[in-house]
Design a protein around this ligand. Structure first.
Ligand SMILES: [Fe+2]
Ligand SMILES: [Fe+2]
Length: 468
């Protein structure tokens, strides 16, 4: 039985590599979702930012650093998702989206923002209690949330191997020209120019979506010299007078439209997925950081899946690709609010539908990576079941790649043995016993047998960080 439908040999025939810009541009759409923005927000921000770099005459090195900073500006997005939900008592995704359109730079505006965003749909008594808790936390909360996001974002950019100016640009994304931003309260030219460009362009993208070109012009003029570098505002206003530019901007919606803007294109090998695994580990970290309840879920699922593939005697290539699929299998969960992910009680129908949308979203995020279509298939099928009772395509056993069964079993085992807000995790033996009951019905026999062997034998289960 084959684990995959497209393997190293096919990748070699096809040239064996993809542009790194295409990989990062595709994955940037996962970060958009975690910020409560639609997929394509970072792509359009990048497109505009690279034009602005031309207009202000940025050098080739700076343009290279800017390109990846613009795509990865929200890499730290999940680091504060749990805290946002906890302190605002609200959906983290809508709170974060509002955070970007509100001017919260004075204490008065911060207070207004807090009143509007705190538990907006809850009964008045709960809203008041939540506001009191938020008030007790003090005005430092916004800086604290931004700091967590910036620090983590910069760290992940470094882990991906991009140059320090890109990491620094991500760290300083929320600094404002007049010194009212976070985390360091930098002012004017103290703020890296790449951060100044990124802040302006991300704001322009959001306001363009809400109200078109006029809305962009209004916000740029209004925040010229407060949030934004006046010179950059003037450059945009001077070059962006025509509707044609905004039409082209609005048409940017696919990673392939932005990937060619990389000033110094590099390629990532897909014949061996080592480079992709490194990137997959970083994005698994983004997913896992979203909730303390799943803080090691993706990395541990990947470690389990790899060990199971090894026990089943699968080839190194199959093993690597299954491991990569397991690392990125829950990317789509970045689109699900923590109010649902961390809910202690049962989900209602609407919440369940949102939760179950995550596999289709995982597939959508990975689908432009044409040399990894086998990985995307395995990842997106991790909630499908042998008897067709799974989701999202309700595929049956024979229609699923074997690797999908391995990832599914690893995912189930990891979930059963981990604590959740509503129950304690099972011990390994009990988890295997429960999975044995599903063998041949919802779960494939071989991966479950491999898991049972791993649990029964003296071979210890892999720790979370043992993937490589
Ligand atoms: Fe999942
Ligand atoms: Fe999962």
């Amino acid at each position: 039985m084959s684990a995959t439908t497209l393997r190293a040999d096919v990748a070699t025939e096809a040239g064996g590599s993809m542009p790194s810009s295409l990989v990062i541009a595709s994955l940037s759409r996962a970060l958009d979702l975690a910020e409560g923005e639609p997929m394509g927000h970072a792509l359009r921000t990048c497109w505009l930012g690279m034009r602005l770099a031309d207009w202000v005459g940025l050098g080739p090195d700076e343009r290279q650093d800017l390109f990846y900073a613009l795509l990865l500006k929200d890499a730290g997005c999940s680091a504060n998702a749990y805290s946002v939900t906890r302190w605002f008592g609200a959906d983290d995704l809508s709170t974060k989206a509002q955070f970007k359109v509100s001017d919260w730079s004075s204490q008065w505006r911060s207070l207004l923002f807090a009143i509007r965003q705190t538990a907006p749909t809850a009964p008045i008594t709960r809203r008041m209690a939540q506001l009191v808790a938020l008030g007790a936390k003090g005005p430092g909360l916004a800086s604290e949330l931004v700091e967590a996001r910036c620090t983590r974002g910069a760290e992940l950019v470094r882990q991906l191997g991009w140059a320090e100016p890109s990491a620094d640009a991500v760290y300083s994304l929320d600094e404002h020209w007049n010194g009212s931003g976070s985390p360091r309260g930098l002012k004017g030219d103290e703020i890296p120019v790449l951060s100044r460009i990124a802040l302006l362009c991300q704001t322009a993208e959001i306001f363009w979506r809400h109200g078109g070109r006029r809305s962009v012009e209004t916000v740029l003029r209004r925040r010229r010299g407060t949030w934004f570098d006046p010179q950059l505002v003037d450059a945009v206003l001077a070059h962006a007078r025509s509707d044609r530019l905004w039409e082209r901007f609005g048409a940017v919606n696919h990673p392939e439209q932005v990937a060619p803007l990389d000033p110094r294109p590099r390629r990532i090998s897909c014949t061996s997925v080592d480079d992709m695994v490194r990137i997959g580990q970083v994005f698994a970290g983004v997913v896992d950081a979203k909730s303390p309840w799943t803080a090691t879920h993706s990395t541990r699922t990947a470690a389990l899946a790899r060990r199971m593939a090894e026990v089943m005697g699968m080839s190194t290539d199959e093993n690597d690709r299954i491991g990569l699929a397991a690392l990125v299998h829950d990317l789509g969960k970045l689109a699900v609010s923590n109010a649902i992910l961390d809910k202690a009680g049962p989900l209602d129908a609407g919440e369940m539908a949102q939760m179950q949308s995550h596999t289709a979203i995982t597939h959508q995020i990975l689908s432009p990576l044409w040399l990894l279509s086998d990985v995307a298939e395995m990842a997106a099928a991790h909630h499908e079941r042998l008897d067709g009772s799974g989701y999202h395509r309700h595929l049956r056993g024979p229609d699923l790649p074997f690797g999908a069964h391995v990832v599914a079993a690893a995912d189930v085992f990891e979930a059963l043995t981990a604590d959740r807000p509503y129950r304690r995790g099972l011990d390994n033996d009990e988890a295997v016993r429960r999975m044995r009951r599903e063998e041949g019905r919802t779960l494939a026999a071989e991966p479950v047998a491999a898991l049972a062997e791993m649990v029964e034998s003296t071979r210890s289960l892999p720790p979370a960080d043992s993937l490589t």
